[in-house]
Ligand binder design. Structure first.
Ligand code: 5GP
Length: 193
């Protein structure tokens, strides 16, 4: 997606050879116009895939996932990173190690919100080693649903996330694929959409 690549080049910062900072339009301040365009782009790609729900991970997946779900005309389910007193009943959980924080958390889904009739599109902001996306996919499948694909805004293609997901049979559709990061340098390769 050219507009996302352009925005990364103008505002993104390679903090190291493995971490990209995009706090001014995705992770801290959010550009709703860009998120809307991203949602429309995923929805156009998946429009004939009989998606019944979009699933994302709090927090940074929510903005693009809301627009994707709205464009597809389906509900959005947000997987929780923190347990809460409002989570009750039958919950599914899996342990995830965070790429950026180095800590781990229990990703949680209340079973009532995803059912065996669902065909799900998973959306997340970044793909690095594939921990978060693998965990999300496992929860959705544990709830009995099927997965149409995993939509990623920014894939770091030099890390192992994509090959891990594809090896497990998931279709990955990334709007932007970063082939190389170095201080002051961001390079792209051909993306999926
Ligand atoms: P993974 O689980 O694939 O190893 O990492 C993906 C998750 O870590 C994403 O949900 C995102 O929150 C975070 N992440 C991974 N790499 C980066 C990065 O380079 N920049 C930012 N801002 N977040 C990242």
């Amino acid at each position: 997606m050219k507009s996302l690549e352009d925005r990364i080049l103008s505002e993104g910062k390679a903090l190291s050879d493995s971490v990209l900072k995009v706090n001014s339009f995705i992770n801290h301040m959010v550009d709703p116009k860009l998120m809307h365009e991203i949602g429309d782009t995923f929805a156009a790609y998946y429009k004939d895939s009989s998606i019944t729900k979009v699933v994302t991970i709090e927090v940074s997946g929510i903005a693009p996932a809301v627009y994707t779900a709205e464009a597809l005309g389906v509900p959005l389910v947000i997987l929780k990173k923190q347990t809460s007193k409002t989570l009750s009943g039958d919950v599914l959980q899996t342990n995830i190690t965070s790429f950026t924080k180095g800590t781990s958390y229990e990703l949680t889904l209340e079973r009532a919100y995803v059912s065996p009739e669902d065909h799900v599109l998973i959306i997340d902001d970044f793909l690095a080693n594939g921990e978060a996306a693998t965990g999300a996919a496992c929860l959705v499948q544990e709830a009995g649903a099927s997965i149409a694909g995993i939509g990623i805004l920014i894939e770091k293609s030099f890390q192992r996330g994509r090959s891990r997901l594809e090896k497990n049979g998931y279709k990955v559709t990334s709007l932007v694929r970063v082939s190389k990061l170095a201080k002051g340098k961001i390079e792209f390769m051909q993306a999926d959409i």
